[in-house]
Ligand binder design. Structure first.
Ligand code: ATP
Length: 245
């Protein structure tokens, strides 16, 4: 991808528990305001890649054992997750963990806690613009939301921190097609913001319609990368890696 890299992974290896080598030297570039899709089969290492960037890896006995992760020119591969958040990296993990007993708005406000109160208020308005459904549900207890609404809430909560980089793991997982469409259309609109996106997604067609560039991982390596356009039209790989038939 063109432009100056916001995020750069160079020859990154990751081990779990010091023994299991899960990423075997991967190179990824995410430009400022770019959108990159990570694709590939289950267990390929996509979630691990996001965790290596956000620092969540360390809470799971994982370690970047070789290579470098650089964000805005600085090495971040030794930082804990709380530190990467402060630098503007927001990782929306698989599984949609909302604060169930709190309202939608309280969840969102929690996402903006690092900002000054005036900025947080502005972020809340911005978030409601992108997610009008969350505005309608603002007083609702979050635990009672549907799966799709909870997925919107975790993305909205990440947006509240006004990230420079948002990484989203499997936003469509377990959702009805109409809800997937709604969430992706919001992600398309979010690209107007000054932020870069990395998305891990089994719904390859939706991911490649959103992204500028894609990487296909298999067994801890990048087996293919290219513009979203070129991946969509590459007949050889469509069926085997992307399931597009
Ligand atoms: P999925 O879509 O299934 O999450 P993925 O491409 O995101 O696939 P990862 O979750 O990154 O893959 O997993 C990559 C490999 O690392 C898998 O073999 C998985 O079993 C292993 N792995 C993941 N987390 C851990 C952990 N905490 N300890 C040990 N091995 C792990």
């Amino acid at each position: 991808p063109g432009g100056s890299p916001l995020l750069e992974l160079s020859n990154v290896e990751v081990t779990y528990s010091g023994v299991i080598l899960v990423l075997k030297g991967i190179n990824i570039i995410v430009p400022e305001r770019g959108c990159v899709a990570l694709l590939g089969p289950n267990g390929a290492g996509k979630s691990t890649t996001l965790k290596a960037v956000s620092g969540v890896l360390k809470t799971e006995e994982g370690l970047v054992s070789a290579g470098q992760v650089r964000f805005a020119g600085e090495r971040i591969d030794t930082l804990a997750a709380e530190r990467t958040v402060r630098r503007g990296i927001l990782h929306v993990m698989e599984g949609r963990k909302v604060l169930e007993h709190m309202t939608v708005e309280q969840n969102l406000v929690a996402g903006g806690h690092l900002q000054r109160s005036r900025d947080a208020k502005e972020s809340l308005e911005l978030t409601y613009e992108y997610f009008p459904r969350l505005a309608d549900l603002r007083g609702r207890t979050s635990g009672y939301l549907s799966g799709g609404e909870q997925q919107m809430l975790v993305i909205g909560r990440a947006l509240m921190a006004r990230p420079k980089l948002m990484m989203i793991d499997e936003p469509s997982l377990g959702l009805a097609p109409l809800m997937v469409e709604e969430i992706f259309s919001i992600l398309h609109r979010l690209r107007q913001e000054d932020l870069a996106l990395v998305i891990v997604e089994q719904n390859t067609a939706a991911a490649l319609a959103l992204a500028d560039y894609g990487y296909v991982l298999d067994n801890g390596r990048i087996v293919l990368d290219g513009t979203a356009e070129s991946l969509r039209s590459n007949e050889d790989i469509r069926e085997f890696y992307l399931g597009l038939g």
